[in-house]
Design a protein around this ligand. Structure first.
Ligand code: CP
Length: 299
């Protein structure tokens, strides 16, 4: 059993093995092969915060592995509404399933769950702290699209203060050689100092001409305590077809999604804009993550 709480717990060797397994899972999906690796196993999907991609791709991943899923996406319909604690909810659901994928608005919630759970916990996002499984699928996407993870210039754009996907991805890149970061954000949403590693430059402008990867993020309304601050910052960056003209021919534009208005929908048909492919890669990557958490010997 292995919990998946922080991307910092994964070495390059661990990540290489995971991405290799995700690639195998992708080839099974493409061939329409039915897998029985998780037959008889149940995943609990506990989503204390809204989600489309993480929850549904975890569910699709478990179904494609031959397992089953229980869970909730609306905590108001559970005994949390009767003041049950998250810890007690996790301890209870762990009696019904073999692995738990969870998301919470509270930083550290997945770690706490791992301390009380008898089954593996997979962190599907804990507040503004981390989103390790998103990072695994982001790495998978970069490897598939650019063929490498070393020696890349990675631009992170948008809400770098609260963006948990950015935090986890910055940490993950410490495993790879010669990464250069370009951190593009308004002054109020700068990347926290603990994520600034190796070579980087910070700017408030969309200076993306030399980037290999442009990782765009949403300004997250739900993380602001002062709504007027959000109103001042929303819409600060917008990637348009004109922006794409300034990029390298082989650059890729990624986004963990959901997007609001930070990437013009007219960009979607440009082959460099891979954000929906990135969502597609979420299923094979999460199949590999479930196998990692539970072990997956063929029956
Ligand atoms: N990328 C991501 O975490 O999307 P959801 O919030 O829809 O799960």
């Amino acid at each position: 059993m292995r919990h998946v709480i922080s991307i910092g717990d994964f070495s390059r060797k661990d990540l290489d093995a995971l991405l290799y397994d995700a690639d195998k899972m992708l080839s099974y999906i493409r061939k329409g092969k039915v897998l029985h690796l998780m037959e008889g196993k149940i995943m609990g999907a506990l989503f204390f915060e809204p989600s489309t991609r993480t929850r549904l791709s975890f569910e699709a991943a478990m179904h494609r592995l031959g397992g089953r899923v229980i869970g909730f996406a609306e905590p108001a319909a559970t005994s949390l509404a009767k003041a049950e604690t998250v810890a007690d909810t996790v301890k209870t659901v762990a009696q019904y399933c073999d692995v738990i994928a969870m998301r919470s608005p509270f930083p550290g919630a997945a770690k706490l769950a791992s301390e009380v759970s008898p089954v593996p916990i997979i962190n599907g996002g804990d507040g503004a702290r981390e989103h390790p499984t998103q990072t695994m699928l982001d790495l998978f996407t970069i490897k598939k699209e650019l063929g490498k993870l070393d020696g890349l210039k990675v631009a992170m754009v948008g809400d770098l203060k609260y963006g948990r996907t950015v935090h986890s991805l910055c940490k993950a890149f410490t495993n790879y050689k010669n990464t250069e970061f370009i951190f593009v954000s308004p002054p109020g949403l700068r990347i926290p100092s603990q994520y600034k590693r190796g070579e980087y430059r910070e700017t408030t402008k969309l200076e993306l001409e030399d980037a290999d990867v442009i990782y765009v993020t949403r300004i997250q309304k739900e993380r602001f305590t002062d709504p007027t601050e959000y109103e001042k910052l929303k819409g600060v960056y917008r990637i348009t077809p004109e922006t794409l003209e300034t990029l390298k021919k082989k650059a890729i534009v990624m986004h963990p999604l959901p997007r609001v208005d930070e990437i013009d929908w007219r960009c979607d048909s440009d082959p460099r804009c891979v954000y929906f492919k990135q969502a597609y890669y979420g299923v094979p990557t999460r199949m590999a993550i479930i196998r990692l958490a539970l072990g997956g010997e063929k029956k």
